[in-house]
Ligand binder design. Structure first.
Ligand SMILES: NC(=O)c1ccc[n+]([C@@H]2O[C@H](COP(=O)([O-])OP(=O)(O)OC[C@H]3O[C@@H](n4cnc5c(N)ncnc54)[C@H](O)[C@@H]3O)[C@@H](O)[C@H]2O)c1
Length: 439
C-alpha cells in the first residue's frame, strides 16, 4: 500500500465513521469537497481555478494516465490519486460533494450521470456530452437529482460576453434579424484521414481500456488520440463545432434566450467514417423570441476557414471579420463579438461615438462552488447548457446527413422528415459501458 492509498483509507474511514456529508443549501460555512476527473490539459486549469475558491477542497484526483498527476499535486499536495473514477466515487462515498469532469467528450455523460445519481454537484466541460441524447439525459438527471451544475465554457462569465449580452438586451441594435457564428479552425490534423493509424504499445502509465470507456474498441495509437488529439475523431470528440460551438454560440443563446432549433441543414467538405470534416456550414432556424425580429431566427455556423459575407457586418470598407466569433444583425445595426474580445458596433456613422459600458466578469468556477454551498443556481446550469449542447450536436447529426433540411421535434426527440437519422442522436456504447437514461 503506498502512502497516498494509506492516507486515503484514513480519511475515507473517517468519512464512513461519521463526518457528515455536505447537506445542500445549509452549509455556507463548510467546505465544498470536490473530486477532480481529468488532471492535465483543461483539467489542470479546472482544478486550479475551482480550487482557488477559499471554501473548495479537493479530496480526490482521478486520471487514467498516472503521469498526469504531477501538476495538480504541486498545487494541491496530499490529495488521493485514483485511475478509475468509479473506484474514486465508491471510496469517497459521502466524503465528496461535487466533481469536476474534464475528460475527452465521449466520457462526460457517463461520469457526470454517475455523479449526479449519487447526489453530487457537477462542473462538466463543454460540450456537455458527445451526443444529443446524452445532453438531454444530463439535463433531466440534474433536475431529478436536484444538484448544482455548471458547464465549463468559462467565457460565459467573462466581461466580453457579458457586455455583448447586455448590449443586445438593452436594445442597442433593435430586434435581432439573423446571426452568424464561426471558428476558423480546420480541426487538429486528422480530418482527412479515412482509417485508424497504426497501433502501438500502450504506455505503462495509461489504462487504455478506461480511456476508451464507452467508445467502441480500437487499438491504442501513439500520439494520435491521447492527449488532446481525440477531438477530430467521431468516436471521441465532436470536431470544430463541438470544440467551439458551446463557446461561440453561448452569448447568442443567452442574449436571445434560444433553446431548440426547428430545422438544421449542413454541408461540409466531406466526411469520412472516422473523423469530422475540415470545413462545414450548418444552418439552424430557431423559433423567434422576445429579442428577435421575426417569427423565426436564422443562425448560421461556419468552420474551417469559411466565413459570413463581410458586407453583412456593415463595417468600413477596410474592416475585416475576426477569425472566430459571432455577427448579430439587428434592425438598427450590427454587433461583432470576437472570440474572445470586446463587442464592436456598426455602422460607424451610427455608433462611432457610442460608449460601450463594460459589464464586469467573474469566476465561472467560483460561481459553481458558491451555488453548491448556497443551494442556488448557476447561469450556465444544465437546464441552459443542455439545449445549447443539443444544438451543437444536432449540427453534427446534420453533417452526417448532408444537404437535407432536418426538422427537429425537440420535445419528442424526433426527426419526423428523416426518421432514419434519429439513430445518430445516440451513441453506440461498448458492452459494460452502456449509459442508462436519467432516472
Ligand atoms: N473550456 C475550455 O476553454 C476548454 C479548453 C480545452 C478543452 N476543453 C474541454 O476539456 C475537456 C478535456 O480536454 P483536453 O484538451 O484537456 O483533453 P486532454 O486529452 O489533453 O486531457 C484530458 C485529461 O483527462 C484524462 N482522462 C482521459 N480519460 C479519462 C477518464 N476516463 N477518467 C479520468 N481521466 C481521464 C487524460 O489522461 C488527461 O489528463 C474536453 O471536454 C474539452 O472539450 C475546454
Amino acid at each position: 500500500m503506498n502512502t497516498t492509498r494509506r492516507t486515503f483509507l484514513k480519511t475515507s474511514s473517517a468519512a464512513i465513521l461519521g463526518f457528515p456529508a455536505l447537506v445542500r443549501g445549509v452549509n455556507l460555512n463548510s467546505n465544498l469537497q470536490i473530486a477532480g476527473v481529468g488532471c492535465s490539459g483543461k483539467g489542470l486549469s479546472d482544478i486550479t481555478e475551482t480550487g482557488s475558491h477559499p471554501k473548495a477542497k479537493f479530496v480526490g484526483f482521478c486520471d487514467v494516465d498516472t503521469t498526469h498527476f504531477d501538476k495538480v499535486d504541486a498545487k494541491f499536495p496530499g490529495v488521493s490519486h485514483f485511475q478509475d473514477f468509479r473506484e474514486m466515487f465508491a471510496r469517497l462515498g459521502d466524503g465528496f460533494d461535487g466533481v469536476t469532469v474534464s475528460t475527452p467528450d465521449h466520457m462526460h455523460a457517463y461520469i457526470s450521470l454517475d455523479a449526479m445519481r449519487r447526489g453530487k454537484h457537477v462542473y462538466c466541460q463543454k460540450p456537455l456530452s458527445h451526443t444529443v441524447w446524452e445532453a438531454r439525459q444530463m439535463r433531466l438527471q440534474a433536475a431529478k437529482s436536484k444538484v448544482v451544475t455548471q458547464m465549463g465554457n468559462q467565457i460565459h462569465s467573462a466581461k466580453e460576453y457579458r457586455t455583448a449580452v447586455k448590449l443586445v438586451r438593452d436594445g442597442v441594435l433593435g430586434k435581432i434579424k439573423e446571426v452568424h457564428s464561426w471558428q476558423k479552425n480546420p480541426g487538429n490534423g486528422y480530418t482527412k484521414l479515412t482509417a485508424p493509424p497504426a497501433s502501438g504499445p500502450v504506455p505503462a502509465s495509461l489504462n487504455w481500456d478506461w480511456w476508451l470507456g464507452v467508445a467502441p474498441q480500437r487499438e491504442y495509437a501513439p500520439d494520435v488520440y491521447h492527449p488532446f488529439k481525440w477531438r477530430d475523431w467521431q468516436d471521441f470528440g465532436a470536431g470544430t463545432m463541438g470544440d467551439f460551438g458551446c463557446h461561440i454560440m453561448d452569448p447568442v443563446f443567452t442574449a436571445l434566450e434560444l433553446t431548440s432549433p426547428i430545422t438544421i441543414r449542413a454541408e461540409s467538405e466531406g466526411l469520412n467514417a472516422q473523423t469530422w470534416p475540415s470545413a462545414e456550414t450548418i444552418r439552424y432556424v430557431f423559433p423567434g423570441t422576445a429579442w428577435t425580429a421575426g417569427k423565426t431566427l436564422a443562425l448560421t455556423w461556419y468552420d474551417g476557414g469559411r466565413l459570413p459575407d463581410n458586407a453583412l457586418a456593415q463595417m468600413p470598407a477596410d474592416g475585416k471579420l475576426p477569425g472566430s466569433g459571432s455577427l448579430l444583425i439587428g434592425e438598427g445595426g450590427t454587433l461583432i463579438l470576437p472570440h474572445v474580445g470586446m463587442p464592436q458596433l456598426y455602422p460607424q456613422e451610427k455608433f462611432g461615438t457610442f460608449e460601450i459600458k463594460t459589464v464586469e466578469g467573474s469566476s465561472h468556477y467560483h460561481a459553481w462552488v458558491d451555488a453548491a454551498l448556497a443551494g442556488s443556481k448557476t447561469t450556465d446550469n444544465f437546464d441552459y447548457a443542455g439545449p445549447l449542447t443539443e444544438t451543437v450536436q444536432l449540427g453534427n447529426v446534420a453533417t452526417r446527413v448532408p444537404g437535407v433540411t432536418l426538422e427537429w421535434d425537440a420535445a419528442a426527440m424526433r426527426i419526423p422528415n428523416k426518421p432514419e437519422a434519429e439513430a445518430l442522436l445516440r451513441g453506440k456504447y461498448r458492452e459494460g459501458w452502456e449509459i442508462a437514461p436519467a432516472a
